[in-house]
Design a protein around this ligand. Sequence first.
Ligand code: 13P
Ligand code: SF4
Length: 330
Amino acid sequence: MDTLEEINVKGFAEEEIDPSLDLFAEIEKLKKEKNAVILAHYYQEPDIQDIADYIGDSLGLSQQAAKTDADIIVFAGVHFMAETAKILSPSKKVLLPDLKAGCSLADSCPAHLFKRFKEAYPNHLVITYVNCTAELKAMSDIVCTSSNAVQIVESLPKDQKIIFGPDKNLGAYVAKKTGRDLVLWNGACMVHEIFSREKITRLKERHPGAKLLAHPECEDAILKMADYIGSTTGILKYASGHPDKEFIVATEAGIIHQMQKENPDKTFIPAPPNNNCACNDCPHMKRNTLEKLYLCIKNEMPEIYVPQDIIEKAVKPIERMLSISARLGL
Ligand code: 13P
Ligand code: SF4
């Protein structure tokens, strides 16, 4: 087994795994023994989605993390998500299969620079998209996710001045939907920025009946073409509830696993990116594997630590988001 130092360098613990082991059965056994729960995001690989106790979008995952009575939360997602779970349930052990499962969007907004940005706009309320570090959340007034950002902005007085970060695309979408003038941080997600408008146009010509479903982290040019815009859960619900049979999916391709499971008779086409890569996989989300998940639950590491002072500050804007969402039935 690797030392803690080696785990910090590589992001995960390496250990020989007997190839004859049934990892699904082993993980189930360990989950029971340790009273652990596996929370997974829709962008995780299919095996991980299939073994998870709960799969959801960022809001659903935060709600689950806040209410679980498990002793251990194994977070199959990225670092900011596991951090959010730790902030909401600080007495629990929160594990992430690969500590290096980060997020380009969270990386685009370092806390020391955001602090200066915030100082340049006094009298502004700070709303941060959950895809940011715990330090950034600690500097915020309200956190939001893609499924409640519009409603959270709408819940504030019309004359309230607002800074929105770190995603400029989600921010611009929220500004457009609410008619508010938001001050935006210039950050973006590497996966949602690569969709090609030209290639989607050509794809729509070949599939004239297909509906385009897009995540609000996509650029405006893609959102303008979309038939539906929403969070991963929103996209999944739209596809399952819609009578049409063909959909082009402009978000990370992992969501297609659940879309296909819920709708075996429908066709889901990943939106093409503007390079020659065939996939829309998030390299951070895909750092987690079933093997790493198994070792993580078995050895109870890598574990997420958030300094106590940051937990105390960051929990307030997250709880504010959860209570607004609960009030609105989200
Ligand atoms: P949601 O699942 O909340 O829509 O977020 C998407 C995302 O990019 C997570 O990293
Ligand atoms: Fe971050 Fe984008 Fe990956 Fe989501 S898909 S974790 S926003 S890099």
